[in-house]
Design a protein around this ligand. Structure first.
Ligand code: FDA
Length: 302
């Protein structure tokens, strides 16, 4: 019951104002977000790297309706690429990018042009780019932009959400040679007409997706904290070379497991940073109602 409410709140301007205006929120946000500035992201990436974990950096922001803001997001990524190169952290690092933050809803080629600039700059410093997947209304546009980017940057990856009924077909299309595909369950509130609704159905769809990717010629990125799905992925990957796929988890979630898996497998941590943490934070609350209790308790205990 709580998850749909929290996901609706993630897009509510009023709730955003309320939650972000309370200083105490920060303590809880810090569990999931590296910090508000680039220095914080660099510090977290360096620490994870020292423990053998790779990173994908997300400069927080989404649903941009303003061209200037879209350009500012692009510039923030360009600044991050330059800083990572200067700090010796760029090689093997990845950037996770939401096209809605680069102007996808503004139409035309704005998001494509911005993303193209990001890919060119990332490639120059030895980083890759992965497109996050947002709600189902954006999937066609995101896959269309991915196809155009991959002409010049064949290493650009994309997230595919197991919960969407269409995703099996998308995964088949994407499982070809050189393709980097991140399989996630899906973090958005979606109607039954387009998405599986129960955990069981989403998990079964995730396993079907894993099968497609593991049998394909691409590079599967298994992004889940679910111990059962990780076991299944390991079993399905037994025939593959250990460098031909990777696991991914979010910063602050199952950190012990991240380190345990990194001892034997490639593991990448999704590191969000920036001031616009509200939508990301609310989706993390929605995934686990216990987080909401923890969040509310932090107010009572002060
Ligand atoms: P599930 O939600 O069933 O969780 C399994 C277990 O993991 C839980 O029992 C709990 O122990 C732990 N856990 C999971 N979430 C937690 C939380 N918030 N707090 C504390 N513990 C938690 N989605 C999307 O729609 N588009 C995208 O582009 C991406 N990108 C992305 C990248 C990466 C690297 C990851 C790991 C995830 C995403 N996601 C995403 C989010 C994804 O769709 C999904 O919402 C979360 O990963 C939670 O699903 P799990 O597979 O972890 O399973």
């Amino acid at each position: 019951m709580l998850s749909p409410l929290l996901l609706a709140a993630a897009r509510s301007v009023r709730t955003r104002r309320l939650v972000t205006s309370v200083p105490l929120t920060r303590g809880v946000v810090d569990r999931f977000v590296a910090g508000e500035d680039l220095d914080a992201a660099i510090g977290v990436a360096r620490g994870l790297g020292a423990d053998g974990l790779r990173v994908t950096l997300d400069h927080l922001g989404e649903d941009t309706t303003d061209q200037g803001q879209a350009r500012a997001t692009r510039d923030a990524y360009l600044e991050m690429f330059a800083a990572f190169e200067e700090q010796g952290l760029a090689g093997g690092a990845d950037a996770s990018v939401k096209l809605s933050a680069l102007g996808q809803v503004l139409g035309g080629d704005l998001a494509l042009d911005n993303a193209r600039e990001l890919c060119a700059a990332a490639g120059r410093v030895g980083m890759t780019v992965t497109l996050d997947m947002e709600d189902h209304t954006t999937v066609d546009s995101t896959l269309g932009i991915l196809g155009k980017l991959r002409v010049d940057f064949p290493w650009v990856g994309v997230a595919v959400q197991a919960m969407l009924r269409r995703s099996e077909g998308d995964l088949r299309d994407l499982a070809g040679s050189g393709s980097r595909v991140r399989l996630v369950k899906g973090a958005y509130a979606e109607p039954a007409s387009v998405a599986f609704q129960s955990k069981r159905d989403v998990d079964l769809a995730y396993v079907r997706g894993l099968r497609i990717l593991m049998r394909g010629d691409g590079y599967p990125m298994i992004a889940s904290h679910d111990p059962r799905l990780i076991e299944i992925a390991l079993a399905l990957a037994s025939e593959r070379s250990p460098t031909s796929y990777e696991f991914q988890m979010l910063y602050g979630i199952r950190t012990e497991e991240q380190r345990r898996l990194a001892e034997t497998h490639q593991m990448r941590v999704y590191v969000p940073y920036g001031a616009d943490w509200y939508g990301y934070f609310m989706r993390r609350l929605a995934e686990r109602p216990a987080n909401l209790v923890f969040f509310l308790r932090s107010f009572v205990s002060r």
